[in-house]
Ligand binder design. Structure first.
Ligand code: PLP
Length: 413
């Protein structure tokens, strides 16, 4: 176990008290509350001095000490801890029902910190065979050079994941659910058992579901990963990442590495992410409402050959998704008649759906995975169908979204 600085990285939800009174009584109270109450109140109490209802943006790199080592509330230097970040980290822990949360400069920064905190050269990880491209690249091009081996397996196939595990050597079983862009579903409870039988930790990238729809720690997962760039931030205005854990020993290792590796977000990024998190519940319900309406429309459209959505009974992961998710999310993929040209044309003609990568913002996005997010996996096992279109269904007026798709599809062929 790595040594810890006793000051800013102690146990509990980061630094205690201090001017901002972060992570204190409110945390305990809100942990027993409903999701939206936790999202809005956990991690912060109105500032003692001013009563500021929202965590101030503490644009400071260092903190005055009352005599050598006399830290106020544990704050020493803003790489180690900053009150705006502490507030966000407390809220992230509360919405995922974890013990501690950690914020990072990006989703990939969170992932790299997790991997290097919890593995050593010579260890092994099982990863999704349809992992997010950046995650795959991190394992394949960065962590492998550092000595970490990895094996891909289909997250929807528990036996395949079990077969890929090397007992004693596998330290991480890493899944996403739903996956991108085919929205495959991993059975979190079953995979937690597979990982734990082998002495490994189960890591769940919960970016596509969001903590509102799915809480992997309550299903047996050990670590939750987020690209908070997506649904948590929710407004396409900030890049960020997060880790949430339930075990305090794991938390200590992550805290040590967060400080040692230094891939932390600045206070303004933390403010934006925290502001987004507060409305996650209402946004996700609207994302789901709109996605369901879009799915209904697409399912009945003559030029659509397949609709991929975990809420559809014919989706192979439907039963598992229904068991572990509150609703089925805002991501929808579909295939069109006419092959790649038709798919590209639909993407080009859509107007309310903005052509672009990323997902999870209030605005609807459309993209062609084969030429955009998944272009780098063409010709490999990860290749996606050329006639596939991916939607991140936003929270605009549903009728406008459907009219836009109708118009874009009407021009095909
Ligand atoms: C975007 C994304 C990431 C990477 O996060 P960044 O914030 O872009 O670094 C990881 N996993 C999933 C599922 C993502 O969608």
């Amino acid at each position: 176990m790595a040594p810890l600085s006793s000051s800013a990285q102690g146990r509990g939800h980061g630094p205690q008290q201090g001017g901002a009174r972060v992570g204190s009584v409110t945390q305990e109270h809100t942990n027993k509350s409903g999701f939206e109450t936790r999202a809005i109140h956990a991690g912060y109490e109105p500032d003692e001095m001013t009563g500021a209802v929202i965590p101030p943006i503490y644009a400071t790199s260092t903190y005055k000490q009352d005599g050598v080592g006399g830290l106020r509330g544990g704050y020493e230097y803003s790489r180690s801890a900053n009150p705006t970040r502490t507030a966000l980290e407390g809220a992230l822990a509360a919405v995922e029902e974890g013990e501690r949360g950690f914020a990072f400069a990006s989703g990939l920064a969170a992932e790299d910190t997790l991997i290097r905190a919890l593995t050593r050269p010579g260890d092994h990880a099982v990863i999704p065979d349809d992992a997010y491209g950046g995650t795959y690249r991190l394992f394949d091009k960065v962590e492998k050079a550092w000595g970490l081996e990895h094996s891909p397996a289909a997250v929807s196939d528990v036996d395949a994941v079990r077969a890929a595990v090397r007992p004693g050597t596998t330290k991480l079983v890493w899944v996403e659910t739903p996956t991108n862009p085919m929205l495959n579903i991993a059975d979190i409870e079953a995979l937690a058992a597979v990982a734990h039988d082998a002495g490994a930790l189960l890591v769940v990238d919960n970016t596509f579901a969001s903590p509102y729809l799915q809480q992997p720690l309550t299903l047996g997962a050990d670590i939750v990963v987020h690209s908070t760039t997506k649904y948590v931030g929710g407004h396409s205005d900030v890049v960020g990442g997060a880790l949430v854990v339930r075990d305090l020993e794991v938390a200590d290792r992550l805290a040590f590495h967060q400080n040692s590796m230094g891939a932390v977000p600045g206070p303004f990024d933390c403010f934006l992410t925290h502001r987004g998190l507060k409305t996650l519940g209402v946004r996700m319900d609207r994302h789901c409402d709109n996605a369901e309406k879009v799915v209904d429309f697409l399912t009945g459209h003559g030029k659509v050959t397949q609709v991929v959505y975990p809420g559809l009974k014919e989706h192979p992961g439907h039963t598992v998704a229904a068991k572990q998710m509150k609703r089925f999310g805002g991501m929808v993929s579909f295939r069109v008649e006419g092959g790649v040209d038709a798919a590209l044309e639909v993407c080009a003609r859509a107007e309310v759906f903005t052509l672009g990568e990323s997902l999870g913002g209030v605005e609807s996005l459309i993209e062609h995975p084969g030429r955009m997010t998944h272009a780098s996996v063409a010709g490999t096992d990860l290749e996606v169908p050329a006639d596939l279109i991916r939607l991140s269904v936003g929270i605009e007026t549903a009728d406008d979204l459907i009219a836009d798709l109708d118009r874009a599809l009407g021009t095909v062929g």
